[in-house]
Ligand binder design. Structure first.
Ligand code: HEC
Length: 149
């Protein structure tokens, strides 16, 4: 009887202590190292084509060797200033990232492919788009204040 109780307790503890890490990488799907910091979003989403074949944003959003679409450069060191508190160049009145408010952030509308967007859902290909989990992590970074961390 005692052994059984100990076993149950051990399993329960393992479930609790492992929960956080397990959850975040489960949510992050094809970019398991994605975290709710800007550095991580830059590295795992903007600059990198992920393991599902979803294109890096900087394939297009760069001014190296091409004109960046809608003047939006998402290269490391420049993306933050081009997103946070910046007006959309396509949709009048929209702001790309509003700190603390993912639903008001036009970047999220473009990533989710909402009905109100001008142009196409991002990344602008035939897919794959970001997974729901990847978008949730970016939403959470905005909710936490869209800090340049
Ligand atoms: C294959 C090229 C391509 C890729 C990859 C791509 N984009 Fe774009 N993006 C465009 C083009 C072209 C436009 C303008 C036309 C449109 O919106 O459909 C645009 C527009 C945008 C806009 C609107 C900017 C504004 O001022 O309103 C945002 C935000 C955006 N992209 C974010 C992203 C993000 C984030 C990624 C990566 C997840 C990404 N894009 C990947 C080509 C691309």
């Amino acid at each position: 009887m005692k052994r059984v109780q100990q076993l149950v307790l051990a399993v329960a503890l393992a479930a609790v202590s492992g929960a956080c890490d397990e959850q975040l990488s489960d949510v992050a799907g094809p970019s398991p190292d994605l975290r709710t910091t800007f550095t991580s979003i830059q590295r795992e989403i903007f600059s990198t084509t992920d393991s599902s074949g979803r294109l890096a944003c900087t394939q297009c959003h760069t001014d190296v060797g091409r004109v960046p679409p809608v003047n939006l450069v998402l290269l490391e060191g420049r993306a933050y200033a081009n997103l946070v508190g910046r007006a959309s160049n396509q949709k009048p009145g929209a702001t790309l990232v509003v700190p603390g408010d993912p639903d008001a952030s036009y970047l999220i509308h473009k990533l989710e492919g909402r009905a109100d967007i001008v142009g196409q859902r991002m990344p602008r290909t035939t897919g794959p788009f970001l997974t729901e989990g990847q978008i949730r992590i970016i939403r959470r970074w905005i909710e936490l204040g869209a800090v340049n961390d």
